[in-house]
Design a protein around this ligand. Sequence first.
Ligand SMILES: [Zn+2]
Length: 370
Amino acid sequence: MRKNFGRSVLGISLVCASVMGFSQKKEPINVIMMIGDGMGVAQVSSAFYFGNSAPNFQQFSITGFSETSSTSHRITDSAAGATALSTGQKTYKRAIGVDKDSASIPTILEQLQEKNYKTGLISLTSVTHATPAAYYAHVKDRDLHEDIATQLVPSGVNFIAGGGIKYFTKRKDHVDLLKEFTKRNYQYHTSLDLLDPKKNQIYLLADEGLPSKDEGREDFLPEMTQIALDYFEQQKQPFFLMVEGSYIDWGGHAKNANRVVQEVLDFDKTIGVVIEFVKKNPNTLLIVTADHETGGVSLGKYSEKDPTTGKIVEVPRRVQIEFNTDQHTAALVPVFAMGKNQELFSGVYPNNEIYHKIVKAIAEAGVTIK
Ligand SMILES: [Zn+2]
């Protein structure tokens, strides 16, 4: 008797809750996508041997691998790579937000805007560069920077940070796009100064790209990311944020070991900022991955001349970065996930599947996109 009574009471309370409309209500999930451009497994590994403390990469319990090829080339570029991540479709090299037939395809950022999400993009290079552009622009070639800049103005992205001033102000058509931003309730910054949370934000800190770490960049990436997270916390709406560590790739192209290491450590520091946010805001999904690997990087033995014998000998407690090429490679890249529905990202899959996994992760909270 008592058991039955218990059940009926529970039954009534569930009915009441659903009648009152709060039984199944789940908060939409925040999504933070961090892309280390050119960041393969060896680049991530460098953080374990060249940093002063345990890397934040070590905090992830869910990892996977992504296969990065484009439809036109086995070895992809940042445009096709980022488009696969932003739209769920593999496309040809150099394509930005368009499919293999050059037709525009909606990005995750655009679709989430329609679901009442606030959105943000942070890059070290120009905000018109391939990786951020693939989230808001639709052009057949990544080099169409001025067209991409034009498309950023009406995009409605709430928080934009990086470089690329010249594509907005020193244009062939002589239009000053920065004026267009201010007409659309944007606050424009040329340094990391205070923002008005009621406005959209655009930070453009360089004519083209910001300097790399080895050329003197300070803590732009972790600080800007913290500013963005504070901004979104004040909006009382779910958000989508993409953060790019752009110059891991450039270190590979330049075969510059110090640049690779400094950029990976800076990206790892930024991951630490985001992980703190995810821990405080568990209704957030963080994905860290790369568009492709650059440099065919490996970590090999480090040797130097023994001062007494003059012989070249291995230094047992050191490793060195070696490059196999100054180009991109076809190596699988790592995927790290943390937070709400993180377990979806375990496994080995093509790069465009990351998009579909995010779609699945947020559908659980009632947000459905294609
Ligand atoms: Zn590259």
